[in-house]
Design a binder for this molecule. Structure first.
Ligand SMILES: Nc1ncnc2c1ncn2[C@@H]1O[C@H](COP(=O)(O)OP(=O)(O)OP(=O)(O)O)[C@@H](O)[C@H]1O
Length: 304
């Protein structure tokens, strides 16, 4: 089957900055895909190339088999992009903005019922005659999402749609993207909230400094990583034995978090080592790595 998005050895240079250094991967039709990476990794650049807003220096991107340069129109018609930044025309009402946007894609009155349905599903119906500048930031973001969907694209890219939105809107957006996905749309999500990617995405690509660092099914990512965490409350004298100190990744008073490598560091050895050094362990928990831990491991960076 044709891939929803195919990225083939894409390079992008901005002067001397090599922002994308030969990135290749494919996104299958119907996938819920996460594109993650720290600031400056190149995610927005790749999205802009896919949307035809930025030209790659080398390589190719196709959307539903259509090259984004050579077959710009069908590629763009197959894609809806919810941009990171809120940009809007202040002079039109919400409903008119959506109808005009549909017109850009050659969709006439036949999509007006769909526009009304989008307004309804994004809780915008009672704002549909308001000018967009009268809306709150969260409402404007809903309008951007509706705008990306007016032409019913099979592939939808959401570039940090939940950045700075309140919990309620975040839940609405999660539910809405899940519905789109269930209806067969391919969804590509970039987010700085790793728990969001963990909850929603079937596969995840991690980019860092213009390169693809990892691409895997989310559950394999979480299973495969060779470490886990041990949280301890301890009570006792002086400093920790060196072999244990080197495993500590977080410390708050008597609470410690240690990162143990499977097959190398055992819980039993840590507990014995602490006891031999005169510490009393008052509480013990283990936890598996989250996507955030794996992200930090791969990029040496925090998500924000
Ligand atoms: N138009 C431009 N001119 C010059 N440099 C640019 C331009 N657009 C992006 N860059 C640079 O390219 C690199 C990748 O930026 P990009 O915005 O794609 O990263 P990102 O992964 O989307 O980051 P963020 O999570 O902060 O949005 C950065 O170093 C950025 O400064």
């Amino acid at each position: 089957m044709t891939q929803a998005i195919r990225v083939e050895d894409v390079h992008k240079r901005f002067g001397s900055l090599h922002a994308l250094k030969g990135v290749s991967f494919g996104i299958e039709q119907g996938e819920y895909f996460g594109l993650l990476g720290p600031n400056g990794a190149g995610k927005s650049t790749l999205i802009n190339i896919t949307a035809g807003l930025v030209r790659a220096t080398a390589g190719a991107v196709a959307v539903m088999g259509h090259d984004v340069v050579g077959a710009f129109r069908p590629a763009r018609q197959s894609l809806g992009v919810v941009p990171q930044e809120i940009v809007y025309d202040p002079f039109f009402s919400v409903r008119d903005i959506l109808r005009i946007q549909a017109g850009y894609f050659g969709c006439g009155k036949s999509v007006w019922p769909w526009v009304d349905e989008l307004l309804e599903r994004l809780d915008l119906t009672d704002k549909c005659d308001a000018s967009i500048r009268q809306l709150s930031g969260g409402m404007k973001r809903r309008v951007l999402i509706a705008q990306a969907l007016v032409h019913r694209p099979p592939v939808v890219i959401l570039d940090e749609p939940t950045a700075g939105v309140d919990v309620e809107l975040r839940r609405t957006l999660w539910a809405f993207t899940r519905e789109l996905h269930a209806a067969g749309h391919t969804i590509v999500l970039t987010t700085h909230y790793l728990e969001e990617a963990e909850a929603l995405c079937e596969r995840i690509a991690i980019m860092d400094r213009g390169e693809l660092r990892a691409l895997e099914r989310t559950d394999d990512f979480l299973k495969r990583h060779p470490f886990r965490f041990l949280r301890l409350s301890i009570d006792g004298p002086g400093s920790l034995p060196q072999g244990i100190e080197s495993l500590v990744c977080e410390r708050q008073g008597p609470e410690l978090e240690l990162r143990l490598t499977r097959g190398q560091d055992s819980v039993a050895d840590v507990l014995d080592g602490l006891r031999d050094a005169g510490f009393r362990v008052t509480d013990v928990h283990t936890r598996e790595p989250s996507l955030e831990d794996i992200f930090v491991e791969l990029t040496g960076d925090q998500s924000d």
